[in-house]
Design a protein around this ligand. Sequence first.
Ligand code: FE2
Ligand code: FE2
Length: 165
Amino acid sequence: MKRSYALETLSWEHHNGLVLVFRLEQGMQFDASVEEIKRYLLHVWQTALLIHIDLEEKYLMVPEYLRDLKDYLQQMQGDHQIFAEMMKKLNKMKSEQEIRNLIQQFSEKLKTHIRFEERELFPAFEKMLTRVEAKQLGEKLHEVHKPIDLSWPNEFWKRKNGSEQ
Ligand SMILES: [Fe+2]
Ligand SMILES: [Fe+2]
């Protein structure tokens, strides 16, 4: 389903989130340095994911929407808190195996979270918003949207000796 104007910038950012998931999974599969994948994830968390989460909470968790979509919005916020706790833990982690497990968990959880927002939360939102609300919300979100930069000097998610890249 095509995303409405109101929520499309958030959906673009979800696409970036899925690119991140793909890179984490490829990196692990190609035996990239776990320490480097960790640094990359923490970097994207700080420069992109946190901003996206703040936008969702600032613009979607408002009283007029909470009235109708409380359960969905609480689930969204609960997931965001879990992500924040995971990143706090990751920051302090030293053991390679623990880091690997956490990155794996994070990547699964991020995929599920994006699926939930795209397939449940956003369609419910689009049904609920009046035409005027949708226009206003879309304008605000477009105004604050900044393209996300996922670049990293070493593209560890690419196979080193394969012919595909
Ligand atoms: Fe979210
Ligand atoms: Fe999101």
